[in-house]
Design a protein around this ligand. Structure first.
Ligand SMILES: NC(=O)c1ccc[n+]([C@@H]2O[C@H](COP(=O)([O-])OP(=O)(O)OC[C@H]3O[C@@H](n4cnc5c(N)ncnc54)[C@H](O)[C@@H]3O)[C@@H](O)[C@H]2O)c1
Length: 324
C-alpha cells in the first residue's frame, strides 16, 4: 500500500488488517507519519525506486498494490507542475515497472473526481468526459490512461477510484487528517473554530445553489477504506480494468457543512465570505450506480458522522502533549 502512512492510506491499512488481510505499507514519510501505520509493516522508500518496489513485492509476496502515494495540492500543482508530473505520473510509472518485474497483476489507484473538471451534469457518472482543470487533475487522468496501457501491454488489471471529498477520521480518534497540510474545508473550518488562529474564507455565496455556496460530495474516510477492500476483491475475482466514482451521492453546500460543525462544537466557525475563486465547480456530487453494481459498495456514513469524527480527532490532537 503506497502512501500507507498518509490520511486515506492509514485508514485503509487499518481496515484491511481488521479484515484479516496481510498488508505492507510503503511510504517515503514525506507527508505521512510512521505512527499512522500502527503495527503494520512499513517500508520507508520512494515509489520511484523501482528496485525497492520489486524487492518489497517479492519479499512480501504482494498480490495487489493499492496506490495512494502522490502530491495532492491543486494550487501547488499550478505553481510547480514538474513536481507533480514527476511524482504522480513518472513515479507511478516506475512503481508499475517494479510491480510488473515482481509479477504483481492487480492495481488499485487513487484517482479523483477532479478528472471531470466542471461537470456538465450532476450527479456525475463515469461516462462523463474527462476534462482536467489543473495539473493535479491532469496527473490523475494521465495515470488512468497509463494504467489502461499497462493492462494491454503487461496484463496488470486495475481499478481507478475517483474519490469525491475525503473527510472525517477514525471513530476511536486514533487516526485522522493532519491539519498542518490540509487545505480541505472541514479540517480548515475546525481549525479556525478550535484555534482561532485563522479565519475560514468562503469563496463566493452568489452561486446558483440553494444558499449560494458551492456544493460538494463529502465521503467518510472509513467508507473509502471499505471501498478499497471491495475493489481489491473485485480484481481478485477477475474484474477488468475500469474507473469507479466513490462518493455518497449527496451534495452538501459549504454553509451546510459549517452548520454541521457548529452543531457538534456548540460554537460558530469564524468565517468570511470572499469573492469566488477561479475554477471552482458550482456543484459536484457522485452518481453511485457503478460503485454499487460493480463493487457492491455503498457509503454508510453522512455529513453528521464525518463532522463528529473529524471534530473529535482534531480536538484530541490539540489535547495531546506537543513534542518539544
Ligand atoms: N484527500 C482527498 O480528499 C482526496 C481526494 C481525491 C483523491 N485523493 C488522492 O488520494 C491519495 C491519498 O490522499 P491522502 O489525502 O491520503 O494524501 P496524504 O498526503 O495524506 O498521503 C499521501 C502519502 O503518500 C506519501 N508519498 C507521497 N509521495 C511519495 C513517494 N514518491 N513515494 C512514497 N510515498 C509518497 C506521503 O508521504 C503521504 O504519506 C492521493 O493520491 C490523493 O491525490 C485524495
Amino acid at each position: 500500500m503506497t502512501g500507507g502512512a498518509g490520511y486515506i492510506g492509514s485508514h485503509t491499512v487499518r481496515a484491511l488488517r481488521e479484515a484479516g488481510r496481510s498488508v505492507v505499507a510503503y511510504d517515503s514519510l514525506e507527508l505521512g507519519t510512521a505512527a499512522a501505520v500502527g503495527d503494520a509493516p512499513l517500508i520507508v522508500g520512494d515509489i520511484a525506486d523501482r528496485d525497492l518496489v520489486e524487492r518489497t513485492c517479492r519479499e512480501h509476496d504482494v498480490s495487489a498494490i493499492v496506490h495512494f502515494a502522490a502530491y495532492k495540492n491543486v494550487g501547488e500543482s499550478m505553481q510547480s507542475p514538474t513536481k507533480y508530473f514527476d511524482n504522480n505520473v513518472a513515479g507511478t510509472v516506475r512503481l508499475l515497472d517494479g510491480a510488473v518485474a515482481a509479477g504483481v497483476g492487480q492495481f488499485v489507484f487513487s484517482s479523483s473526481c477532479s478528472v471531470y473538471g466542471t461537470p456538465a451534469v450532476v450527479p456525475v457518472d463515469e461516462t462523463q468526459p474527462i476534462d482536467p482543470e489543473s495539473v493535479y487533475a491532469e496527473t490523475k487522468a494521465t495515470v488512468e490512461r497509463v494504467l489502461r496501457w499497462y493492462d494491454v501491454v503487461h496484463g496488470i488489471r486495475s481499478i481507478s477510484l475517483r474519490y469525491f471529498n475525503a473527510a472525517g477520521a477514525s471513530f476511536d480518534s486514533r487516526i485522522g487528517e493532519d491539519w498542518t497540510f490540509a487545505l480541505n474545508l472541514i479540517p480548515v473550518a475546525i481549525r479556525a473554530l478550535l484555534t482561532g488562529d485563522r479565519e475560514l474564507q468562503v469563496f463566493g455565496d452568489d452561486y446558483p445553489t440553494p444558499d449560494g455556496t458551492c456544493v460538494r460530495d463529502y465521503i467518510h474516510v472509513d467508507d473509502l477504506a471499505a471501498a478499497h477492500i471491495a475493489a481489491i476483491d473485485h480484481l481478485a475475482s477477475g474484474g477488468t480494468t475500469t474507473a469507479v466514482n466513490l462518493g455518497t451521492g449527496v451534495g452538501s453546500s459549504i454553509l451546510e457543512v459549517l452548520d454541521a460543525i457548529e452543531a457538534v462544537a456548540g460554537s460558530p466557525v469564524p468565517h468570511r465570505i470572499v469573492p469566488r475563486r477561479e475554477g471552482d465547480p458550482v456543484a459536484t456530487f457522485s452518481d453511485t450506480t457503478r460503485s454499487t453494481d460493480l463493487l457492491g459498495w455503498r457509503a454508510q456514513y453522512g455529513l453528521k458522522e464525518i463532522v463528529e469524527t473529524a471534530y473529535r480527532w482534531h480536538q484530541s490532537q490539540l489535547d495531546a502533549p506537543q513534542p518539544d
